[in-house]
Every structure is written in structure tokens, then in C-alpha cells.
Design a protein around this ligand. Sequence first.
Ligand code: 5RP
Length: 233
Amino acid sequence: MSDHLKRRAAEVAAKTELRSGMKLGLGTGSTAKHFVDIVGERIRAGETYLCVPTSEATRIQAESLGIPLTTLDEIGEIDLTVDGADEFDPALNLIKGGGAAHLREKMVAVNSKRMIVIADASKKVAVLGAFPLPVEVVQFAHNTTARAVARAFAAEGITVETRLRKAKDGSTLVTDNGNFVLDCVNSGIANPGALAARLDSIPGVVEHGLFIGLCFAVYLGSEDGVAVIGKTS
Ligand code: 5RP
């Protein structure tokens, strides 16, 4: 999505959803970055927010904008979390983790009264899975965990190839939490809830990028404007 459409989706989401005084979860990625910029602008205009970032990258951005930050442990329940997504389906189930931040993103989302996604039409799918599913795994015996992950996909009738994610310099990517990520290239996830339950039960899997029933609404940016899919606030 071109950058101006990301900004447009973020602007409409902010206008519709933000109220001064809110406790916010700040998502990660090139779309969520625009929302963080807007929160910074609102603070400079005199509004107050207390925020929890979902990654070190977002923490650094938010700090540079003077956004007051705290931790999930300190804040208790968050009023609103705004994040990007790699895919969303008609039930607003998501694939996240393209930026390897899905563990913290999910922890923040489940502790939020409301989680919304800002995205463009390229993220809208009928069936999740064209985007390889990110699965964060502990470094210890990660090949053993990868085989268990492959069996979980197979048990759902899905063909899969697990690829250990590399960083830009070619080294194995290590997440903010010190773990590896398996990108699971697959044939399509017809029943995301069932696959999520299987992945949840594998020792060594820290968290996967399936967000089931967590997203309330998607703000979808396009050249024609921003459409809202789901429950408005
Ligand atoms: C990070 C994420 C991102 O929200 C997702 O990858 C979308 O990123 P972008 O807005 O850059 O397309 O889940 O872990």
C-alpha cells in the first residue's frame, strides 16, 4: 500500500476512535507507524495519552515523539490498541507477525477493551494463509519445534514449509524476546481457530501470528476513502 493510504487509514481511525485521556496500545509496522505519529501530534496539541508499545521499534519511535509510555504490567487494561496486519479474513481473524512483533502485539491486544487494525485492500483475503504464518519459537531445539509445527498444519490438512526467518544481514532473526521465527508457507488455513489451538499446544512455540476474535474493526484505506469493516466504537 502506498504510504499516503496508510496515513489516511490511520487518520480516520484516529479521528473516529481517539479520545484524550485514553490508555493506548501502539502497534508495530509501517502502517501502525503512522498512527503513532498522529498520537505524537495529538500530544503536542495538548491531549493526554498513556501508551504501551508492542515492540522496541515502536518504543523508540514513540519516545522520539515525546509520547508518555508505560508497561503492560503497570497500565492494567488498555482502552484501545491500533495495529497493522498482514492479512484479515471476513470474520476479522488476522495473520500478524510480518514484523516479528506478534507476541507482544497479541499480549497487548488481549489486554485491550478494543483492538482495531489499519490496513489497505491488499490485506483483505477470503481465506488466511497466502501470507506465510509467523510462529515465534524458542531457540532451543527449534528444528524439533519446526517439525511439530509442520505436523500441526498436516493434521489440519494443510501443506506447509517452515522457513527460519533471516535478518537483513543474513543472520537468523532474533525477536525482541530473544526467540526465532518460523515463517510457515502454507496451502491455506480454512479453520484458523483449529490450527491456532494445535499450535498453542506445542512446547517450544512461544506464540503464532493467528489473532482469532481479537480485532473489532478494520479501517481500510483506498484511493476512494477509508471504509470501516466491523464494529464501530
Ligand atoms: C508486525 C505486524 C505488522 O502489523 C504487520 O506485519 C503489518 O505491517 P505493515 O503495516 O508494515 O504492512 O504484525 O509484527
